[in-house]
Ligand binder design. Structure first.
Ligand SMILES: *Cc1c(COP(=O)(O)O)cnc(C)c1O
Length: 342
C-alpha cells in the first residue's frame, strides 16, 4: 500500500533483463553506441517525428532544467503553472541552469493553465528594458494535480505562446500516463499541438532513472548537447540509460504499464468516492488528492499505508496518492478497507 510516489515502485524485471543483455562486450561511450541509436530511432517512431533530435539524461530535473535553459535566455521568463514541478520541486534548477531566468506563475484550476491567465502573463512581459523578456512556456502532462491536457487544450496554450514568439516545452515525467489516459497519439499530444521540446519520462513509469529530451524544433538541439555535457549530465556509459528506455518502449509495454497505473488510480478513486471521501481534482491518470475526516490518516498508516499529507481544512486531513505499474488491486482494496469510513 505504497502510494507516496510512482518512483517508490521497483523496476520491472524486463528492464533489468535489458540491462543484463546490454552488458556484453564493448561499445563506444557517451551515447554514441548502437543501443542508444536504436532507442533514439524508436522514440522518433513513437512520436512520428523522423527528424527529431533525442538525448537521454538520468533525471527529470536535468531534462527540464537543461531544456528550459536552452529555450530561455538569462533575462527571459519561463511561464509555468503555479504548482509546476519546475516551480516547486527542482530547487531552482531551471533558474540555475538558465543563468537566472525568472519563473512566472500562471494560475488555472486543477493543475492546468487557464489560457486567459497565460495570455495576461505573457502580455505583462517583454518590451521595456526594465522587465524580463519572453522566454519559454512550460506545461506539465500529466499535471501535478493528476489531470491531463488534451491535444486541443495543449494546442490552445501553445498557440498563445507561439503568437508571442515563445517556444513551448512539455514536462512529460508522466507522459506515458497522459497518452494512456487520453488515448491520443504521442504526436497529437506534442508537436502536432505545438510542443517544441518534450521531456519524455521513464522513471515514473518504472525505469531506474532515464528521461529523454526530444527536440522537435531543431535549431537549438546542439546547444542542448553542450549544456548537457557542461552540467555533467552526459553519461559516459550511455548504453545503460538507453537499455532501460529501450525495454520500456518495446511493443506496447510503456502504455501497458502506465495504463495499469491509471486503472489502479481509477479503482482507488471509485472506492474513495463510494465511501464519501472528497477528491480535489478529476482523477484522470495515476495521481489523486483525497480529503477525509481527521484521524483517518493515522489509521491508514497503522494498517501499513504510505502516502504524503496535503494541507487540509480544519477537521480534515488530505493525502496525495500515486499509483504505479506495480500497484496491485489488493493494495487498493486493502487501503480502502483500512479507511474504515462509510
Ligand atoms: C518526478 C517529476 C519530475 C522529475 O523529477 P526527478 O526527481 O528529477 O527525476 C519532473 N516533473 C514532474 C512533474 C515530476 O513528477
Amino acid at each position: 500500500m505504497f502510494f507516496t510516489s510512482d518512483n517508490a515502485a521497483p523496476v520491472p524485471p524486463e528492464v533489468l533483463a535489458a540491462l543484463s543483455e546490454a552488458n556484453t562486450g564493448y561499445t563506444p561511450g557517451y551515447g554514441t553506441d548502437a543501443v542508444t541509436a536504436a532507442v533514439q530511432d524508436r522514440i522518433r517512431a513513437v512520436l512520428e517525428a523522423p527528424e527529431a533530435v533525442v538525448h537521454l539524461v538520468a533525471t527529470g530535473t536535468a531534462a527540464n532544467a537543461l531544456a528550459l535553459a536552452t529555450l530561455c535566455p538569462p533575462w527571459g521568463a519561463v511561464f509555468c503553472h503555479t504548482h509546476a514541478h519546475v516551480q516547486e520541486d527542482e530547487c531552482g534548477a531551471p533558474e540555475f541552469f538558465s543563468a537566472g531566468a525568472k519563473l512566472l506563475q500562471v494560475e488555472g484550476a486543477h493543475g492546468k493553465m487557464a489560457p486567459e491567465a497565460l495570455a495576461r502573463r505573457i502580455a505583462m512581459t517583454g518590451g521595456s528594458v526594465h522587465g524580463v523578456q519572453r522566454g519559454a512556456l512550460t506545461l506539465t502532462n500529466v499535471t501535478e494535480a493528476g489531470t491531463v491536457y488534451t491535444p486541443d487544450e495543449t494546442a490552445a496554450l501553445a498557440r498563445i505562446a507561439h503568437e508571442a514568439g515563445v517556444p513551448v516545452h512539455l514536462d512529460g515525467a508522466r507522459f506515458a500516463n497522459a497518452v494512456a489516459a487520453t488515448g491520443a497519439s504521442p504526436a497529437d499530444l506534442t508537436w502536432r499541438s505545438g510542443v517544441d521540446v518534450l521531456s519524455f519520462g521513464g522513471t515514473k513509469n518504472g525505469l531506474m532513472g532515464v528521461e529523454a529530451v526530444v527536440f522537435f524544433a531543431l535549431d537549438r538541439a546542439w546547444e542542448f548537447e553542450l549544456r548537457r555535457k557542461r552540467s555533467g549530465h552526459l553519461l559516459s556509459k550511455g548504453r545503460y540509460l538507453a537499455a532501460q528506455m529501450g525495454a520500456m518502449l518495446e511493443g506496447n509495454r510503456w502504455l501497458d504499464w502506465a495504463g495499469h497505473a491509471n486503472a489502479m488510480a481509477t479503482r482507488l478513486a471509485e472506492g474513495l468516492k463510494a465511501r464519501g471521501v472528497t477528491l480535489w481534482h478529476p482523477v484522470q491518470a495515476n495521481i489523486l488528492f483525497a480529503q477525509w475526516p481527521a484521524g483517518t490518516s493515522a489509521r491508514l498508516r497503522a494498517a501499513g499505508a504510505r502516502f504524503y499529507d496535503a494541507p487540509a481544512p480544519e477537521g480534515y486531513e488530505a493525502a496525495r496518492l500515486v499509483t504505479s505499474w506495480s500497484t496491485t488491486p489488493e493494495d487498493v482494496d486493502g487501503f480502502l478497507a483500512a479507511l474504515q469510513i462509510s
